[in-house]
Write a protein that binds this ligand. Structure first.
Ligand SMILES: C[S@@+](CC[C@H](N)C(=O)[O-])C[C@H]1O[C@@H](n2cnc3c(N)ncnc32)[C@H](O)[C@@H]1O
Length: 241
């Protein structure tokens, strides 16, 4: 059994694994919040950790979108879907695109991959630098620190005519880190493949994230009812001074 680096070998299965997710509805919620809060006059949006670009499909109707992700394989799929858009391979903790945006989104718990508060602080600093005054930052976090439990078994199944996937994991916690050690069984016409994909996500405290955002020049709030159950949504506006 192979252990591969986060999503690299599984990028090709990402969209089918998350075909249950209503990206269109989520993009509509995000757009509505941005419309209520954004004070900067432009419409340039940077989707950080964009993955295969599923929110971009809908956000690009309202914004001039740029996508960015750490993973080359995920980006390859996003670029194929949206060949006219610009994508960057980067680490959200520290990057410099030498321009500022009106909106930055970082969705579906991707922020958890920065793992530590030190990295989270650097990431928020990087985001702040890339936002125009009056611009909006939308972060959909992972499950808050006090709501993540060890020892819970999870299973997802894909049952399509040409592909069957079984993904299982048992939640584990190491200090402030969630360990998601996914075991995959993938059946296609070629046969059955077994893969393992280990993800480590920082478990952050909502109040501490809010304090970090505020200390980096944002007016920020946490919406308990976000896009997905249990995760909530941080929405922050960069002060205009
Ligand atoms: C759960 S996926 C979310 C993808 C997409 N936002 C969505 O909603 O479908 C997490 C993504 O975060 C990316 N990622 C993880 N660590 C990252 C980092 N340090 N910088 C940028 N992207 C990162 C992964 O490559 C992956 O595409």
């Amino acid at each position: 059994m192979k252990t591969e680096k986060m999503w690299s070998e599984l990028a090709g299965y990402y969209d089918i694994l998350y075909s249950w997710k209503d990206y269109e509805k989520e993009a509509a919620v995000i757009h509505k919040l941005i419309r209520q809060l954004k004070k900067s006059p432009g419409n340039e949006l940077l989707d950080i950790a964009c993955g295969t670009g599923n929110h971009i499909r809908y956000l690009k109707k309202h914004y001039k979108v740029t996508g960015a992700d750490l993973n080359k394989e995920m980006l390859k799929i996003a670029k194929k879907k949206f060949p006219r858009l610009t994508f960057h391979q980067l680490n959200m903790v520290s990057f410099d695109l030498k321009k500022r945006f009106d909106v930055i989104t970082c969705l579906f718990s991707s922020i958890g991959y920065v793992k530590t508060y030190t990295n989270l602080m650097k990431t928020i600093d990087t985001f702040s630098w890339h936002l125009k005054p009056g611009g909006v930052l939308v972060i959909e976090p992972f499950i808050p620190r006090n709501k993540f439990y060890s020892g819970i078994p999870f299973a997802d199944f894909v049952d399509e005519p040409d592909i069957k996937i079984c993904r299982m994991s048992v939640s584990k916690r190491r200090g402030n880190m969630a360990i998601l050690d996914f075991h995959f069984l993938i059946a296609t016409r070629k046969g059955i493949e077994r893969l393992r994909d280990k993800h480590e996500l920082g478990l952050f405290d909502v109040e501490r994230v809010l304090r970090l955002l505020k200390s980096h020049g944002f007016r920020a709030k946490y919406l308990r009812e976000g896009l997905m159950e249990e995760r909530g949504l941080f929405i922050a506006v960069k002060k205009q001074w």
